[in-house]
Structures are given as structure tokens and as C-alpha cells.
Design a protein around this ligand. Structure first.
Ligand code: BTN
Length: 270
């Protein structure tokens, strides 16, 4: 692993967070398999301090539902030396009364810090119009009485090819020309820690209205991976997706269900 040459604002993030979270640290690695995997390994080995772990490159990035998460290629002449994506995980002990809605709270904090045009696709994707821009993977490790949460975030910074994907991913640089991974991290990191700690004490309910303002699916026909389809009607106070189906209103809670919007028919079709 070589030393990092990217200019991260690690100290500013640490200074913003540590007064309210004294054991907090920020760690930047040039390369690792996956920041989520690493923090889960550390938690299982008893390392439970709050940490923001950033990797400039992941060799085995993971997504939801056992998928992999590709970081969009290597740094090189093609990217002008810039990182194509921002990949990091926030790890901290967490004890909310109810865990439901955490991924929505995380997504909301991220989009609110990045751009007004970004939407959230339940349960935890960030989309720009009809293309995915960022993903969130939340895992927990139980260690004795404690539960350690690992909140992984991957944000496409530069455009990338969509080989093997159903849609070409969106990139933050489309909305914020000239932005880079350190600038995106500087925007989202400290507010995310605050948002997660607020979620711990207040839960998802106070965020419901703000979520609806960013809800990509609201009023759209959607299909769940288990075949249930209907009109998305926002979320309830616990963050469950509300679907108007043929059999009435259904609450979708399972993180194992993936939801996709039914595309609008082209305008000239009957
Ligand atoms: C998804 O959309 O399926 C979730 C993607 C989450 C990717 C991030 S990148 C940082 C962290 N480390 C990982 O291996 N995954 C998450």
C-alpha cells in the first residue's frame, strides 16, 4: 500500500466531530478490500471506538443484497489524477430504541449536504433523476451488550461506464462541476455523524417530512423483488415503504426487498 497523495480534509472533519464524540478518529487508507469489511473485522476483534474510515480504492467493495460495489476504475490519466468515487464507512457503537429508518436517515443526511436535485430511492440509494449516484450499506456487529454500527457510503464522483449495469450511473460532478472526493467527504462526513447520533435518540419519525421531499418513488408505480407491485405513497413514521396495492395499503419493511420504479411509458405510446 503506497502513501496517499490526495488532499483530504481529515483534520477539519475530526475537529468538527470530536468535541461531541471524544474518541472519534479519521483514518484514510490508500487501499483496502472494503471499508465496511474492515470495520466489521475490527468490531469483532473488540475495536469499538467511533471511526471514519476512508479508502481511496477498494479491491472488494460490497453492496446490498450480496452484490459487489465497483468504484468506477482507477486513478490515472483518464481521471486527471482524481479519484472516481468516494468510499468510506462510519463505525460507532449505537443503541437506538428502534433501528428501523436508519438507512433513510443516513441517505437524507447525505443528499441534504450534496445537492437539492438528489433524491432517495427507498431504502437506501441516492439517485439523480433515474440514475443511481450513491449507495449505502449498513451492517451491525453485536459485541457483548453493545451493537456496533458500520455505515458504508459509496458516491460516484466522476462519470463512469455502465458496463454490466442496467443503467449508466450518475456522478456528482454532473451537478457540481470540478468537485472531487475530498470535497464531497468534507460536505457529508461531520453532518452524517450528527445525523446518526440524532437518530439514536429521536428515531426516524422527525425526518419523515424531509424524506418525502426527497422521495424518488412517491406517486410512482413500483415493483418489489418479491413481486408485490403498487403505487408508492411515501413512508410511515418508522421508515417502512407504503404501497397502495390491489389488496390495499401494504407496508414494506424488509431490507431484503429491492424496489424498482416502473418506467414511465414513452409519451407517444397509447
Ligand atoms: C449499494 O448500493 O448496494 C450499497 C453500496 C455501498 C458501497 C459502500 S463503499 C464504502 C463501503 N464499503 C463497502 O464495501 N461498501 C460500502
Amino acid at each position: 500500500m503506497g502513501a496517499t497523495t490526495v488532499q483530504w480534509q481529515a483534520e477539519a472533519i475530526w475537529e468538527a466531530v470530536s468535541p461531541s464524540l471524544p474518541a472519534f478518529s479519521v483514518e484514510i487508507l490508500p487501499e483496502i478490500d472494503s471499508t465496511n469489511t474492515e470495520l466489521m473485522r475490527r468490531a469483532r476483534a473488540g475495536q469499538l471506538e467511533p471511526v471514519l474510515l476512508v479508502a481511496e480504492r477498494q479491491s472488494a467493495g460490497r453492496g446490498r443484497l450480496g452484490r459487489s460495489w465497483a468504484s468506477g476504475g482507477d486513478v490515472g490519466a483518464q481521471t486527471g489524477g482524481a479519484l472516481p468515487s468516494l468510499t468510506f464507512s462510519l463505525g460507532l457503537p449505537l443503541a437506538p430504541v428502534d433501528w428501523s429508518g436508519l438507512s433513510l436517515a443516513v441517505g437524507l443526511s447525505v443528499v441534504e449536504r450534496l445537492h437539492p436535485d438528489l433524491k432517495l430511492k427507498w431504502p437506501n440509494d441516492v439517485w439523480l433523476q433515474d440514475r443511481k449516484l450513491a449507495g449505502i450499506l449498513i451492517e451491525t456487529a453485536s459485541v457483548g451488550e453493545l451493537r456496533y454500527a458500520v455505515i458504508g457510503v459509496g458516491i460516484n464522483i466522476l462519470p463512469r461506464d455502465g458496463q454490466g449495469l442496467s443503467t449508466v450511473p450518475a456522478a456528482l460532478s454532473e451537478l457540481l462541476p470540478g468537485t472531487d472526493a475530498p470535497a464531497a467527504l468534507a460536505r457529508v462526513a461531520a453532518p452524517l455523524v450528527l445525523a446518526v447520533r440524532q437518530f439514536e435518540t429521536q428515531g426516524f419519525a422527525p425526518l419523515r417530512t424531509a424524506f418525502h421531499a426527497r422521495d424518488l418513488l412517491y406517486g410512482r408505480e413500483v415493483v418489489c423483488s418479491d413481486g408485490v407491485g403498487g403505487m408508492a405513497r411515501g413512508v410511515d413514521a418508522a421508515g417502512a415503504l407504503l404501497l397502495h396495492t390491489q389488496d390495499g395499503l401494504k407496508k414494506i419493511t424488509s431490507a431484503e426487498v429491492s424496489v424498482r420504479p416502473v418506467p414511465h411509458p414513452p409519451a407517444n405510446q397509447p
